[in-house]
Design a protein around this ligand. Structure first.
Ligand code: AVI
Length: 319
């Protein structure tokens, strides 16, 4: 039934699944919503790389600084000849800090939904680390991932960038549990988490003056137009991002500037002026809350590292 609904009337091929299914389901809700993972097509991944360099977006440079300071300690825990597994690897930039500190790392498995972006990053890594076996996996890391069985050494998971904040807390616990199963016994997970802080600082990070975050959010409309035959007038929507203190999260929305009707994936949707599509949550944790969450998911927290301003934390989790 869902397939028939999503079929393109003038073409033999259906709309790409599961994108069409998720869009039809999300836009059919009372609070229209879209899963944040669809931000990351080629254009979205490039916009995200630009966000990471913005002056307002403190998480990337803060986490990078913490990783540089902590890399020796993390490498000592990982041991010689380990295998690094990165969940949502993107452009594989931060992992270089760990690889440079590690003793003869044997393998690197980047896992990302954006296959093209990941493959070009993997080629660059192969060139720079000739002894490293780079094994990219194009997969949705929010689902179970079956790693190659013969990965040598200790398995070290890497989940930087506070991507865990894009899950609800129950989803985050599920992810941590599943990552433990994926990585196996005696594994390590290096986890970067953005911490709760003053609202002005948080909101500025998602409302940059150059408008890159707005372009990143609005790119979802371009993507639906391109891939799902959508008729979104992108200029008739605006980016909104604000901190929700009750849920302890930044929310991103696309707000309709007028009453309008839009077709997408073969179905029509009505928007009232001021109505929004909720496109992303970015949860902000306290150190204690995150450690309790990790504990419930079966991880111990022997070590954690933060910057001097307490903006961001990198947790070393062990099984
Ligand atoms: C990938 N993720 C952790 C980013 C965040 O901060 O939640 C995505 C992002 N959205 C807007 N700016 C950055």
């Amino acid at each position: 039934m869902a397939l028939a609904l999503a079929a393109r009337p003038d073409a033999e091929e259906p709309w790409p699944q599961p994108f069409a299914r998720d869009v039809l389901e999300g836009l059919g809700r009372a609070q229209k919503t879209l899963p944040a993972k669809y931000f990351y097509d080629e254009a979205g991944s490039q916009l995200f790389d630009r966000i990471c360099d913005l002056p307002e977006y403190y998480p990337t440079r803060t986490e990078t600084g913490i990783l540089r300071d902590a890399a020796g300690r993390i490498a000592a825990r990982a041991g010689a000849g380990c295998s690094l597994v990165e969940f949502g690897s993107g452009s594989s930039t931060k992992v270089r800090i760990l690889l440079d500190a590690m003793d003869a790392p044997a393998a690197y498995v980047p896992i990302d939904i954006s296959a093209e972006h990941m493959r070009s990053a993997a080629s660059a890594l192969r060139a720079d680390y000739p002894g490293l076996d780079v094994v990219p996996m194009a997969a949705d890391f929010t689902r179970a991932v079956h790693l190659p069985a013969d990965l040598p050494g200790r398995r070290v998971g890497f989940f930087p960038g506070s991507t865990i904040g894009n899950f609800t807390p129950p989803e985050a616990a599920d992810f941590l549990r599943q990552a433990g199963e994926t990585l196996g016994e005696a594994s390590l997970l290096v986890l970067g988490v953005d911490l709760r802080k003053q609202v002005g600082r948080l909101e500025a990070a998602y409302n940059d003056a150059a408008g890159v975050t707005a372009a990143f959010n609005l790119n979802l409309l371009h993507r639906m137009n391109r891939e799902l035959g959508g008729t979104f007038d992108v200029a008739a929507f605006r980016h909104r991002a604000f901190f929700n203190p009750v849920e302890s999260r930044i929310e991103m929305h696309l707000e309709s500037l007028a009453d309008q009707r839009v077709e997408v994936a073969g179905q029509g949707f009505q928007f009232g002026a001021g109505e929004t599509i909720h496109t992303e949550n970015s949860y902000k944790y306290s150190v204690d809350d995150l450690e309790a969450l990790a504990g419930r998911a079966g991880w111990k927290v022997p070590e954690r590292f933060t910057d001097t301003d307490g903006l961001f934390a990198v947790f070393c989790l062990t099984r």
